[in-house]
Each structure stands twice: as structure tokens, then as C-alpha cells.
Design a protein around this ligand. Structure first.
Ligand SMILES: Cc1ncc(COP(=O)(O)O)c(C=O)c1O
Length: 455
């Protein structure tokens, strides 16, 4: 009998609502604080940079939030995304485990990021905004917002972390093809960028710096708002379509996962696949272990401190409680640019503190090795970020082999690596090094954490 590989859903099964984990948590997450007063922020504090609908979602405790029809219409361009049984990988590993992956690389920009960029562009357009400013690491988020902006007729300005700007000229070209303007960060265009350049003219940039630049631009212009590609509650919310669809597809396959895995930079694709399963766990309907994978070069969850910190280097954002390496920490320039963020989503940090998820860190060469194995067995060349999830899935499958267990593993393959081939070339040439982070720099950055009275 032929063996089934793909689990596809019709367009009518695109979820009608996003799932908000906050509604089901045993303990509410700590509130974001105003950077000047140290008091919980209110919607008015966010109004200069976000549209009202997004602010309402950021603070919502409703379990389900309806996906607007125009957003679902655009989702149809690539959603529901396929769930694939990785039979080739299973055979190569000779594992009794069943490996499934939810493939988000089928979106126009090549990753999960359009799940939220389309929603954010829609709400901004509805409220009369003309321009969006944002940051990007590897360029996946920048191209996703550029794509969404082009559909809604919004101008998009993207501050791209300088090291990635140099490494990924074709991501830049893609943003420009969608009509966006892409600027290397730190840039001389903003006060935040100029301050960094003055201190470190050769700064390779970081997501924290690029966020400061984009927020400054949005706060300074009436026609411009800011859009963030990860970290915040509303972004994680929009990504839950991944897990909701996966659950339907896993049911079609007649299996329930024992392990659910996602890579975590700011935490959004991980939350997308994981939060619906955390709901099921909390309700006693799932026993899955849930694993969040980060790079050893930017080990927020495994080496960071759970503390209030700024979301950006220039201290323009609210203080949020999260696992952080310190807002001034600049991770080494390794290839998974989308994982080079000093913090972790407050909601992901909160569920980590509650013991609902397991963090894990891998070095980049081990991830590239896994990525190549996936490419040669399943045909998909993963984004360097996604390769962290692939590494964890392979290691779980090898554990199953060693223990003689036929567990079911589900991972999110958050994007393809077609614009990351230089990284693969470097890997094959033996040029890719496992750059350890600078422990002294981390200690210094942690010393700079703001002092917050949490009582
Ligand atoms: C393909 C891909 N996966 C994962 C990430 C990490 O982001 P997040 O943790 O928000 O999913 C990025 C970020 O740019 C990305 O491009």
C-alpha cells in the first residue's frame, strides 16, 4: 500500500479565529511597564506606534479573536499550509519515531511571518495609516511586511540589521520588488542609529538597535506606525493559525504528537505551533512535551535572566518581563539572523517559568548538518533559523531509536532557506564557526538591566 506523505486542508478550513493563550493560563503574565514611570502601560501609551485594533489584541484576554474576512482571503494565497510526514528522514535515521512537520515556507515571502504581516497591514490600513516602519534581522520579516504593504497600498520602510544587509542582498531585492525601502541599521537617519554609530562605527547591528530606529521613525510621524514581526502578544496570536491547522491535520493523520518543536528567536513561530497544544495540555487532552530551540550564540531562555527589560537597545519600548540577555547585548553575527534577539516573547517566557515548555540550545554547525540532512531526504532547504527545530526533531528521533520508542514528533519548519545559500556555501567550505557569545559582554549587559519595583 502506498504511504501517505502530505496532509492538506481545503481553504474552507483556514481557521476563523486566532487563539489567545492568555485566556487559559493558570497565572496571568506580568504587565508591560512604562519606561519612564515604571507603572503598567495603558492603551494610550501605545497609540503613537500601533493602531487601536492591534493594541486591543495586545491586551486581550478573550480566548478566540475572529480573523477578519479580508485577512482570511489573503491567507488563501498559501494557507492552509501543508503538514508533511518526513518519511525520507525517518528512513535515513532508521528511527521508529514518526516525524511530521508543518511547512510555513510556502508563503509568498517564504516563512511564517506573513501570518501576522497581513493582519497588521490590514488593521493599519483600516485606521488610515499610510506608512509602516519596521526592523528585520534575516530579512524574512521585512519581506513579509513589504509583501503585505504592497497588497494594502501602504509604504513600508525597513531597518535591516547591518550584518544581514551585507549577507543577504537578495532579501533586500525582494523587499524592493514589493515596493519597500530597505536601510542598513544602525543608520545615520535616526537619533538611535547615530548614537550607536558614534560609539561603534563598525557596529554589525542587532534587532534591538533596528527596533529602536523603526520605533523612533513611527513615533515621530503622524502618518507612520510601527509593525513588529515577533515578541508581542498580538504577533504570537496571529501565528496560532499554524498550530490550529496542524491539529486538524494531525487528526487526519490519526496521530497525536508526543513532542512539539519550534525554533525561537522572538518566539512567534514557536508560539504559533505550541500555544494551541499548551491549551490542550492544560485541559488534560494532550501529553505532548513542548520544546523551544534557540542558538547557543544568543541563548536567551537557557542563559538569560527572567527580568523586566527594554525590547530595544535605545530604550524606546515599554519594559516587558522576559528572558533576556540585556538590551545592550549584541550577539555574534552568526547566520540565523532571525534568532539574534536579546530577549524572548514575554508570553513564551511566562510559559517557560510556569514549566509548560522545555528550552534547548544548539550551535549553528550542528543545525546546518541537520538542515542538509533534511534537504537530502525531504527536498526542502530550511532557513538557518528553522534548522534549529530540524536539529531538535532529529535528536528526538534518534532518542526514540535508542530507547526503542515509536513516538510522534511534530515540528514547525518555519521557512525555506533559498535566500540563505551563502550560509550553506560557507558551511560546505568549512568557514562556518560556532561562535560562542561573549560571557563578559553578557554580564555587562545584565548589569544594565533596569531596576524595577515589582510589588
Ligand atoms: C524562517 C524564520 N524562522 C524563525 C524566525 C524567528 O522568529 P520567531 O521566533 O519570531 O518565529 C525567523 C525570524 O526572522 C525566521 O525568518
Amino acid at each position: 500500500m502506498s504511504e501517505r506523505v502530505k496532509y492538506l486542508l481545503g481553504e474552507d478550513r483556514i481557521p476563523k479565529a486566532w487563539y489567545n493563550l492568555v485566556a487559559d493560563l493558570p497565572k496571568p503574565p506580568p504587565p508591560p511597564l512604562h519606561p519612564a514611570t515604571g507603572k503598567p502601560i495603558g492603551p494610550d501609551d501605545l497609540a503613537p506606534i500601533f493602531p487601536q485594533a492591534v493594541i486591543a489584541q495586545e491586551v486581550s484576554t478573550e480566548r478566540w479573536i475572529e480573523i477578519p474576512e479580508p485577512v482570511r482571503e489573503i491567507y488563501k494565497l498559501w494557507r492552509p499550509s501543508p503538514l508533511i510526514r518526513a518519511r525520507g528522514l525517518e528512513k535515513a535515521l532508521d528511527t521508529p519515531a514518526k516525524i511530521f512537520f508543518k511547512y510555513e515556507g510556502v508563503s509568498p515571502a517564504g516563512s511564517h511571518k506573513p501570518n501576522t504581516s497581513v493582519a497588521q497591514a490590514f488593521y493599519n490600513k483600516e485606521e488610515g495609516v499610510k506608512r509602516l516602519a519596521t526592523e528585520t534581522g534575516a530579512g524574512q520579516w521585512g519581506s513579509s511586511l513589504a509583501f503585505a504593504g504592497s497588497l494594502f497600498g501602504l509604504e513600508v520602510e525597513v531597518y535591516m540589521v547591518k550584518v544581514s544587509y551585507g549577507q543577504k542582498p537578495y532579501r533586500r531585492a525582494l523587499m524592493e520588488t514589493y515596493g519597500a525601502r530597505c536601510i542598513a541599521s544602525p543608520s545615520p537617519l535616526t537619533a538611535a542609529g547615530r548614537a550607536i554609530l558614534e560609539k561603534s562605527p563598525d557596529s554589525s547591528g542587532s534587532l534591538g538597535i533596528a527596533i529602536s530606529e523603526a520605533v523612533e521613525v513611527a513615533a515621530g510621524r503622524d502618518d507612520t506606525k510601527y509593525a513588529l514581526g515577533s515578541v508581542l502578544n498580538h504577533v504570537l496570536l496571529h501565528q496560532t493559525v499554524i498550530g490550529e491547522e496542524a491539529m486538524l491535520q494531525m487528526a487526519d493523520a490519526g496521530v497525536d504528537p508526543d513532542v512539539v518543536i519550534g525554533c525561537a528567536g522572538g518566539g512567534s513561530n514557536f508560539a504559533g505551533i505550541a500555544f494551541p497544544y499548551i491549551r490542550e495540555k492544560l485541559a488534560g487532552r494532550s501529553h505532548a512535551r513542548i520544546v523551544a530551540v534557540e542558538p547557543t550564540s544568543c541563548p536567551t531562555m537557557t542563559q538569560g535572566r527572567y527580568a523586566y527589560d527594554y525590547g530595544d537597545t535605545g530604550h524606546l519600548t515599554p519594559l516587558v518581563k522576559m528572558h533576556t540577555l540585556g538590551a545592550s547585548f549584541v550577539p555574534p553575527g552568526f547566520h540565523a539572523g532571525g534568532l539574534r534577539y536579546h530577549g524572548m516573547a514575554p508570553l513564551v517566557s511566562h510559559v517557560l517559568e510556569l514549566g509548560l515548555i522545555e528550552p534547548r540550545a544548539y550551535a549553528q554547525t550542528a543545525c546546518f548538518e541537520a538542515a542538509v540532512q533534511l534537504a537530502r531526504t525531504e527536498g526542502i532547504v530550511p532557513a538557518p533559523e528553522s534548522s534549529h527545530a530540524v536539529r531538535a526533531a532529529i535528536d528526538e528521533a534518534l532518542r526514540c531509536k535508542a530507547e526503542g520508542k515509536s513516538e510522534t514528533i511534530l515540528f514547525c519548519l518555519s521557512g525555506h532557506g533559498h535566500f540563505d545559500m551563502q550560509a550553506y556555501t560557507d558551511y560546505f567550505a568549512g568557514k562556518l564557526k560556532d561562535v560562542p557569545f561573549d560571557r563578559a559582554a553578557l554580564d555587562r549587559a545584565l548589569l544594565e538591566l533596569p531596576v524595577v519595583d515589582e510589588n
